[in-house]
Design a protein around this ligand. Structure first.
Ligand SMILES: Cc1cc2nc3c(=O)[nH]c(=O)nc-3n(C[C@H](O)[C@H](O)[C@H](O)COP(=O)(O)O)c2cc1C
Length: 185
């Protein structure tokens, strides 16, 4: 299943699975989509924005307040994009999005975006099972966000459990499916 020629916004937060998002972005670009990446400042500590810049051929937005950048960086990308996918979505990001907190560029963009949103949570299994995180997931689902994963398996922290980000291929398929549904409505 594949769709092409859409404008997709990928949000990257600071989970170790951010390296897998490079593969997801590469697949989306190869499928013919225009892909813009917004990273949190913490995510930029794990994967360099330059990697996503090279993969997309576009500048990567991290900061809300920059000299000489996009004048209103939280509005313009939100207007242009047809779909927002946050992968990986940290416990921190999920909590902010579920509660309407907009204290950085990505969380503000989420609030400013009116199209379909897909989130791919990834975290340690204890974090995932925490009532606060599960409460935030229920809230996000109620708010209309779609959640993919997390999967059960080997986690970066060295244990087996639920918390692995879904594989890029699965997220790509889910994005394609959402785009097809978008076209048919
Ligand atoms: C190496 C490393 C890996 C991390 N992996 C995760 C993760 O997979 N999921 C998660 O929720 N937090 C993870 N964290 C913690 C988050 O980075 C931390 O909560 C941070 O404040 C999230 O910021 P952000 O949501 O703005 O990107 C990790 C931290 C480090 C240093």
């Amino acid at each position: 299943m594949s769709e092409s020629g859409h404008e997709i916004l990928i949000g990257v937060t600071a989970g170790i699975a951010a390296y897998k998002t490079c593969d997801l972005v590469s697949r989306l670009v190869k499928a013919g989509h225009g892909v813009s990446v917004v990273m949190t400042a913490h995510a930029a500590e794990l994967v360099t924005p330059r990697t996503f810049q090279a993969l997309t051929g576009r500048s990567v937005l991290v900061e809300m307040f920059t000299q000489g950048g996009t004048p209103i960086p939280h509005i313009e990308p939100a207007r242009r994009a047809e779909l927002l996918c946050v992968a990986p979505a940290t416990a921190n990001f999920l909590g902010k999005a579920a509660n309407g907190i907009a204290d950085d560029l990505l969380s503000t963009l989420y609030l400013a975006f009116s199209g379909p949103v897909l989130m791919a949570p990834a975290m340690n299994c204890e974090m995932w099972s925490k009532p606060a995180v599960q409460r935030n997931i229920r809230q996000l689902l109620e708010d209309g966000a779609q959640i993919i994963g997390p999967e059960t398996g080997h986690l970066a922290c060295g244990v087996n459990g639920t918390g692995r980000m879904s594989e890029p291929e699965r997220i790509f398929e889910k994005i394609s499916q959402i785009l097809i549904n978008l076209n048919s409505t």
